[in-house]
Design a protein around this ligand. Structure first.
Ligand SMILES: Nc1nc2c(ncn2[C@@H]2O[C@H](COP(=O)(O)OP(=O)(O)O)[C@@H](O)[C@H]2O)c(=O)[nH]1
Ligand SMILES: [Mg+2]
Length: 170
């Protein structure tokens, strides 16, 4: 089966690393300059979206990383079309970012009611929050699996992807 998986999460949670570590193809990062107008001030910002692909067992996974900032959420609707699942990465050492992960959970669940996991990334670093604290900070419901991950490790990323496949197929 071919599955499209959205990889989202706050800035610097490890989305690009996660995709690069596992992708069978060189990760395509599309950079786009976007002009926005905030309070009458025009500004140009670069948003980056990552695309990677990996074959795991008999499955082909298309991994689409989202630009982190909430104000680019208009792109999420497009990205999330036809997604089979999504992953919400958090930097486990950055608890102030956890509420933003909760917003992403709400946003993507609302676009499409598909399975998702909270990935407690950077679990290898000292000071990483416990699963309990990640659940509390992201307000993930009890039925949502929280998986610790080190996105620099292929086997760790692989475990997360096998878990999301089992949820999709469950
Ligand atoms: N130790 C550790 N560092 C990580 C991990 N994931 C990402 N990083 C580092 O965190 C920084 C931000 O990662 P990046 O993938 O650019 O985050 P993004 O903004 O979500 O795409 C980079 O310096 C990565 O090398 C992890 O699981 N463990
Ligand atoms: Mg990135």
């Amino acid at each position: 089966m071919i599955y499209k998986i959205i990889v989202t999460g706050p800035f610097s949670s490890g989305k690009t690393t996660f995709i690069k570590t596992i992708s069978d193809i060189p990760v395509v990062s599309t950079e786009r300059k976007i002009t926005t107008e905030d309070r009458g001030i025009k500004a140009e910002t670069t948003v980056a979206m990552d695309y990677g692909r990996v074959t795991l067992d008999e499955h082909v996974l298309h991994l689409n990383g989202t630009p982190g900032q909430t104000r680019f959420s208009f792109m999420w609707d497009i990205l999330a079309r036809e997604m089979h699942a999504f992953l919400v990465l958090v930097d486990s050492t950055d608890s102030p970012s956890f509420p933003e992960a909760n917003e992403l959970i709400q946003t993507f669940s609302n676009i499409h009611n598909v399975p998702y996991l909270v990935v407690a990334n950077k679990a290898d670093l000292p000071g990483a929050a416990s699963q309990f604290d990640v659940r509390r900070g992201t307000q993930a419901a009890d039925y949502v699996t929280i998986m610790p991950c080190n996105s620099t490790s292929k086997s760790s990323v692989r475990q997360v992807l096998l878990q999301i496949i089992s949820l999709i197929e469950g």
